[in-house]
Structure formats: structure tokens, C-alpha cells
Design a protein around this ligand. Structure first.
Ligand code: PAF
Length: 282
């Protein structure tokens, strides 16, 4: 497995693979990889001849008060995980390689991004769309892999690929959880041991919401209220949102029907803002 830091190095490697008639998969990440990322890489390895993992903490998708500076980084551990999962290339650029002097072009979106995380993170999806677009143009993969934990991001990227006629298949992969249910996230490392214990209430509320709907509840307000109340039984919980939306448009619904996304974002003890969700076809 090679680790490269320039666009030119990625391009010439991918060109060589293409000459051999090989297919290429891309797993875009911000590093500090865990079993969730590993599942994406393993799926990509199973479905493509060669797999590129990008590791880039993208400054453009962080707001001014967010955790860009403290976002965890560990290239050595990441390389080990990528190699053992079967990736062929890590692309690990510096911000200056991705955003050269004078950079002023962006990919932006309306609608899908004006809900859920887009409300409290107004610049986030513009940064995600722009960097993912750049990574697609650099690697030109056949398939790209994203986790369902970032459900809104997945919907946004699917929409971008459709709207802008990108010839790339987007593959969504299921949420991977800790043994107690907490969704795996690089940001879980921000939690103190006590907050980590309390944070399990997020996944418990997700499982509760899912069960209520599976048992027949069709009023989103009833489900959201029950989930909120459960989350608030633990100290230090500051709910950003508990929402049930149409999984294609991200807009709120009055009745639970069709393809729905139930998503939550909660700040835990001021230490980490964590998200979780479930999707259902009702
Ligand atoms: O999901 C992430 O880690 C990031 O948002 C992504 C897709 C790698 C873009 O920076």
C-alpha cells in the first residue's frame, strides 16, 4: 500500500490501473479510522480491483466555532487499518494541496441542506460537497463509499451525483455500533468516561423510536417526544434536534409513511456533538 500527498501522484497511479483495465473504488474519510470506516474499505475492496482511501480533515466543512483544530488525527494507525483492510493507496493531502492560493469555486446545494445538521452547521454541506467533488475529480472512481451514520450527507452526495451527472455509483454502508449500541464515531474520543457511559442513551432513543414505528405509531410528534424524553433522562444532554423526515427530501413529515429518516444530534456534556439515526420504509 502506498501513501501519497499530491493530486499528481493519485492521478498517475489511477491512470496506470485504468490502463490495466482495473476498476477503482474510493472511500473518502477524515481519518482517525474505526470499524465503521473499516467496513466501508472492506466493502470497497470486495467490489473493486483497487481501492483509494482519502484521509483529509477538510477545513471547509468546519464552522468557525467547530472542532477543526482538535479533530483527532493518527496517520500511523490509519495506515495500518487501511493496509489490513486491503486498500491500495492512501491519499493524504495537506490543505494547501487541496485549496491552492486563490481558490474560489464551490459546490453548493439548496433544500436538502436546509434541515437537520444544515441548520446548526450552515457552511458544513457546502464544504462536504466541494471536497467530495474534488476527490471525485482527482480519483475518478467507479464507486464511492459513505456511511449511513451521516445519513444527510449520504442523501446530499447522492443528489449531487444525480444533479451534476457524475458517472459514479454511491454505495451507502450500515452504521457500525459499539457493543453497548453507541454508533462508532471518531468524535467519541472526546467523551470523558462518565459522558461515554451516558452517551449510550442516544442509541437507546434510536432503538426506541424504531420500535415505536415498527409497532404501528404513525404520528412523528409522539415518536420524537418519547425519544427526547428518554435522552433527557441522562445528565449533560443538549439536544440539537430529534427529527423525522422524508429520506429523499429531508423535509419534515406530518404522518410517518414511505421512506423515512429519523435522525438525532445531541451535544453530550459540552464535549462532543454526536449524531445517530435509523431509516425505515413504512
Ligand atoms: O464523512 C466524512 O468523513 C467527511 O464528511 C467526508 C465525506 C470525508 C468529506 O470530508
Amino acid at each position: 500500500m502506498r501513501i501519497v500527498s499530491t493530486v499528481d501522484e493519485v492521478r498517475s497511479q489511477v491512470k496506470a490501473w485504468r490502463k490495466e483495465g482495473k476498476s477503482v473504488g474510493l472511500v473518502p474519510t477524515m481519518g482517525y479510522l474505526h470499524e465503521g470506516h473499516e467496513s466501508l474499505i472492506r466493502k470497497a475492496v470486495a467490489e473493486n480491483d483497487e481501492v483509494v482511501v482519502s484521509i483529509f480533515v477538510n477545513p471547509m466543512q468546519f464552522g468557525p466555532t467547530e472542532d477543526l483544530a482538535s479533530y483527532p488525527r493518527d496517520l500511523e494507525a490509519d495506515s495500518k487499518l487501511c493496509e489490513s483492510a486491503g486498500a491500495a493507496l492512501i491519499f493524504h493531502p495537506e490543505p494547501e494541496e487541496m485549496y491552492q492560493e486563490g481558490f474560489c469555486s464551490f459546490v453548493d446545494m439548496n433544500g436538502l441542506t436546509n434541515a437537520l445538521c444544515g441548520l446548526s452547521r450552515p457552511v458544513h454541506f457546502r464544504g462536504v460537497c466541494t471536497v467530495v467533488n474534488k476527490l471525485f475529480n482527482i480519483v475518478m472512481p467507479d464507486k464511492a463509499y459513505f456511511g449511513e451514520k451521516d445519513a444527510q450527507q449520504l442523501a446530499v452526495i447522492r443528489r449531487m451525483v444525480k444533479d451534476l451527472n457524475m458517472d459514479i455509483t454511491i454505495v451507502g454502508c450500515p452504521i457500525i455500533r459499539e457493543e453497548d449500541g453507541l454508533a462508532k464515531s471518531s468524535r467519541n474520543t472526546y467523551l470523558s468516561p462518565e459522558s461515554r457511559q451516558n452517551a449510550v442513551i442516544l442509541s437507546k432513543s434510536i432503538f426506541l423510536g424504531k420500535k415505536l414505528i415498527e409497532d404501528g405509531e404513525r404520528n412523528p410528534e409522539v415518536v420524537k417526544k418519547a425519544m427526547r424524553e428518554l435522552i433527557m433522562t441522562k445528565p449533560g444532554m443538549d439536544i440539537d434536534y430529534v427529527e423525522i423526515v422524508d429520506n429523499n427530501t429531508m423535509q419534515s413529515i406530518d404522518v410517518i409513511a414511505g421512506d423515512i429518516l429519523c435522525a438525532i444530534a445531541v451535544r453530550v456534556s459540552g464535549e462532543a456533538r454526536l449524531i445517530d439515526n435509523f431509516m425505515l420504509s413504512v
